[in-house]
Design a binder for this molecule. Structure first.
Ligand SMILES: [Zn+2]
Length: 469
């Protein structure tokens, strides 16, 4: 059956509503779908133009960058290429946490601010600010990429997620603890929002919190999923993987058949992808993003890897110890709080060939989510926690987690299965000693289960250590 509601939303209610609201999401999505097919060189020159303007803006109006340029002995005019830009110091999450006010552009009025917060792996909240015009472009650019993975306006989405990441009224997605930027909206604004929610909901959404994953919870979730008949399932990787394992074990594979599945926020391994595609009978697409920048990349349906939001984000790849390159992102549209060379803590590598699909948008592969942490060493370096991702296949290990409590002290948690003997762990322990020193302490624990985080994610590697020399 064709999706009548979707047709109505795309062609009637959403365009009408947006005309009234002065928000041209559909038009922007169309424009971005067009620019996706520009050549890589054309897209590069769009990036360069936007980057130059953002550098100038940051230098002229943002106290943090004014000081940073002065300390680095650089003026904007000297940045004549992407290579020159790479000489600026990296921006860390800690700087966002410590110097939020200095990072705000003094010429962007507070009414234009949209504040958000992200919890991150350290557990300390990071506040960030975006401006509303930029956010509209960001919303359109994200949907443009998601449409490659089967998303469209009007489709029913089932979220296995704590909060809806891209639904109506992004304000709703802001956690309660974020500071209120302004007074509550005036009555006409509230009326408009109500009308939007009532008549032009972009996507009917059903959400289930994945923090608890017992068998009875999963049975209940399956019942809801069947009733809702989603076109799309959107989820964290490991939560949906565990659910797919459950469905297969219960003989329920292929009883829910969405058009596609979109997963994100954690590293997606090929064995997980295969199982989920088998159980749900459709393609599983990987999506990558962070709250501060919105959706960064979505898997291409026709070629290897993920296409990035090239027109609005400039990505660099900075080598890390232990292999791989960290993604460093520069936001080309956020004027309220410019993020120049922002460390993501995620690793990936660029694909430098053109994509079989014909789009000129950049591509990345071997994406290792933030869940894989960068672990500090005694020498002041960092080691890619990806080192520990290869131990999935140790005999008798059902689940494991590596926790770095201090630079020279680790806890390894093992959920034991059939055939486990401690000797099987030898390669993992050897890896720790190799990278962190022979005298590094390792304690082994045997819990019955390794819980998901409050955010519904599963952490393979955790580092509570801070770098020391
Ligand atoms: Zn492609």
């Amino acid at each position: 059956m064709s999706n009548v509601y979707g047709w109505f939303v795309r062609n009637c209610s959403l365009p009408l509503y947006q005309k009234w609201h002065g928000f041209e999401l559909l038009k922007q999505v169309r424009a971005l779908e067009k620019s996706a097919w520009l050549s890589a060189d054309e897209l590069r020159s769009i990036q360069w133009g936007r980057l130059q303007r953002m550098i100038r803006h940051a230098y002229d109006h943002v106290p943090y960058y004014r000081a940073l340029f002065a300390d680095s002995d650089i003026v904007p005019e000297e940045i004549q290429s992407f290579e020159d830009f790479g000489k600026l110091p990296l921006l860390t999450k800690e700087t966002l946490q410590d110097r939020l006010d200095d990072l705000l552009a003094v010429n962007v009025p507070r009414e234009e601010h949209h504040r958000g917060v992200t919890s991150g792996s350290s557990g300390r909240p990071t506040y960030y600010v975006q401006d509303r015009p930029g956010n509209r472009t960001r919303a359109a650019a994200g949907r443009r990429l998601l449409r490659m993975a089967g998303y469209d306006f009007g489709l029913r989405l089932f979220y296995f997620w704590r909060q809806a990441p891209y639904t109506v009224g992004s304000d709703k997605g802001t956690p309660a603890e974020a500071p209120e930027p302004t007074a509550p909206p005036a009555l006409p604004v509230r009326l408009k929002r109500w009308a939007y929610g009532r008549f032009a909901v972009e996507n009917p959404v059903y959400r289930v919190d994945p923090t608890l994953l017992t068998d009875s919870e999963m049975s209940e979730m399956y019942r809801r999923l069947k009733r809702f008949r989603p076109h799309l399932i959107v989820s964290y990787v490991n939560a949906l993987y565990r659910f797919a394992q459950f469905l297969e074990a219960e003989g329920l594979a292929n009883t829910v058949k969405p058009r596609s599945v979109i997963v994100s926020s954690e590293t997606l391994y090929s064995h997980q992808k295969e199982l989920m595609e088998r159980v749900f009978g459709c393609r599983v697409f990987n999506r990558y993003g962070m709250q501060e920048t919105g959706i960064i990349a979505v898997e291409c349906p026709d070629g290897e890897g993920l296409h990035t939001n090239t027109e609005i984000l400039y990505l660099e790849y900075v080598p890390v110890l232990g292999g791989g390159t960290q993604i460093v992102v520069t936001d080309l549209i956020n004027r309220a709080m410019p993020l120049l060379r922002y460390e993501t803590g995620d690793t990936a590598e660029p694909i430098n060939r053109s994509c079989p699909c014909g789009r000129g948008l950049e591509r990345i592969r071997n994406l290792q989510g933030r869940i894989i942490e960068l672990l500090p060493t005694r020498g002041g370096g960092v080691v890619n926690g990806q080192l520990f991702a290869t131990f999935h296949w140790i005999e008798g290990v059902k689940q494991y987690q590596v926790v770095q409590e201090a630079v020279d002290s680790f806890v390894v948690r093992i959920v034991r299965g059939q055939g486990y003997v401690e000797d099987n762990l030898r390669p993992m322990l050897k890896t720790i000693h190799e990278w962190f020193g022979d005298d590094t302490r390792i304690e082994i624990e045997y819990p019955d289960e390794i819980p998901f985080t409050k955010g519904g994610k599963y952490k393979l590697v955790i580092s509570a250590a801070t770098a020391s020399t």
